[in-house]
Structures are given as C-alpha cells and as structure tokens.
Design a binder for this molecule. Structure first.
Ligand code: 13P
Length: 284
C-alpha cells in the first residue's frame, strides 16, 4: 500500500519502534529497497533529496514507487527530503509524493514557522504529510563529523511552539547526528531527546542515521524516535560493490549483471537496519 508519512508512523510512539527512511540514490536500487522491506514484512519510507528528485524526475519516481507499493503487501511512503523552497515541494506534491520535508531550520524560529505553515497548508489540501526541522544537524568532511561541541540542539520549548503553530506531522530534531558521517560515530545527547519527547506528541525524526551505532539507534528508539533517515550507508554499499564488479569487468559484460550485486548490497543494509529499528512485522 502507498501511504502517507502520518499513516506509516502512526503507531511508532505507542509501540516504540521506528520506520527506516532510506535515501534513493538512483533508480536501479528502488526495487531492491522494497524487496528488503518485503523480506522483513516491514513498513518502509523511501526518500529522495531535491537533487535526486530532479535527476530521476518526480513523476517517474512516484509512479514507480506507487506501482511497487501497491503490488507489495507492506506500507510504503515516498518522501521528499530536505526541500528548502516551496516550488520544489509543490512539484513533488503535484506529482504524487505522499510526504514532503520543508527544511527552513537555518532561519530564525518565526521565519521557519511561516515557511512551514505555507507548506502544511498546500500539502494538507492534497492529503500529503509534512516533516520539518528545528535545530542544527551537523556537517561532515570526508565522512567524519566536523562539529563536536558546536551543535545547536533542538530546544524543547521551541518544539512545543513550532508543532502548535504549524500543524506538522513529524519533527526532525538535532541531538548530535551529522549527515554523511560514515567513518566515525556520532555522540548523541539522550537528555535532549528525553526532554523533547516528554513535551511533544508527534513522531520525532533522527537524521544522519549512517553515523549512529546500532546500540545508540536502539536507545534512540526506546527514547521515542519514530523515523530514522539512512542515506550515506546505502551509497557506500552500492559503490563498494560497483567498484569491485566494474573494476574486473570486460566492456561487453552485461551492465545489468554488474549492477545486481550493488542493488543486493543495498537490500542487505536495509534488512539489517530494519532489525535494529524493530519495524519488522509492524503492519499497523
Ligand atoms: P546519512 O547520509 O548520514 O545517513 O543521513 C541521511 C539523512 O539524514 C537524510 O536526510
């Protein structure tokens, strides 16, 4: 079934599990991502950055994901990740995405609220869910976190105000993760997570899932995280297998056969992550 973010996350806080949101990097890997979720009988969120959305095309993406979702006996959401402007979001909504993220977290709180409200108004008219972000999720250089000690954590009081003012369906919070961190592990602030969880009632989202150890992921889920974003780890698995196979290939070998191990590597990463997140057999 093809469902919204609101629908796929609706029982996560109650039963303490998280649904993985996995970044699509190319069209080839999409069927393998759904296969992973099917193998684990788990809901799954497939997401794309605005750049990948432009590369593949919003309509092609949503038609493919809808087709595969409707054939599979699991819930699937297609989500636009980290969009910064209204037009990019409008294109995704108009082309059948079931969820979008507006990332105006670099702006002052009031401006973030205004931008997010504009998106919620448009998306909700079309039955599409909205995620938004508060605080600063860190940066990386060559896979290593840059900003130890310089992270601006999400403030619980801001979270209360933001959720009330905007009507969003999920909130991305900053508790110490970075995007693209794959050579080191993030240091998370579980006190901040608890403070935010205690004063909110909508699903909370953890970005930068690649740099988080399995042990910490489990702690995050017990602490109330509902959605975990994983991107870089899939890319690393895909490219590692591609380098190995293309490196030893003859030029007239079938490129199809050369791509299969890369797609399979992505499938295995997702299957393992589903086990850690506890979303297997969570069909409601
Ligand atoms: P990683 O690439 O660090 O896993 O982060 C993914 C992410 O948070 C996408 O929004």
């Amino acid at each position: 079934m093809y469902v919204t973010l609101k629908e796929i996350l609706k029982n996560t806080r109650k039963y303490k599990f998280a649904v993985g949101a996995f970044n699509i990097h190319c069209l080839e890997m999409v069927p393998a991502m759904i296969e992973a979720a099917k193998a684990k009988n788990s809901p799954i969120i497939l997401q794309v950055s605005p750049t990948t959305c432009k590369y593949i095309g919003a309509s092609l993406l949503s038609n493919l994901v809808k087709y595969l979702a409707n054939k599979a006996d699991i819930n699937v959401t297609l989500h636009l990740d980290h969009a910064k402007d209204f037009n990019t979001i409008k294109e995704a909504v108009d082309n059948g995405f079931s969820s979008v993220m507006i990332d105006a977290s670099a702006l002052p709180l009031e401006e973030n609220i205004e931008k997010t409200k504009e998106v919620v108004e448009y998306a909700s008219k079309h039955g599409v869910s909205v995620e938004s972000e508060l605080g600063t999720i860190g940066g990386t250089e060559e896979g290593v976190a840059l900003n130890d000690g310089k992270i601006i954590y999400t403030r619980p009081q801001d979270a209360i105000k933001f959720i009330e003012a905007t009507g969003i369906d999920a909130l991305a919070i900053a508790i110490g993760t970075s995007h693209g961190q794959y050579k080191s592990k993030a240091k998370l602030n579980f006190n901040v997570l608890k403070e935010i969880y205690d004063v909110t009632n909508i699903p909370l989202v953890l970005h930068g899932g690649t740099g988080v150890s399995n042990e910490d992921l489990k702690k995050c889920i017990l602490g109330g995280i509902s959605k975990v974003n994983v991107g870089t780890e899939l890319n690393v698995a895909w490219v590692t297998a591609a380098k190995e196979n293309f490196g030893k290939a003859k030029v007239n070998d079938s490129c199809r056969d050369l791509l299969i191990p890369s797609n399979y590597a992505v499938q295995k990463v997702i299957e393992n992550k589903i086990d850690v997140l506890g979303s297997s057999k969570r069909t409601v």
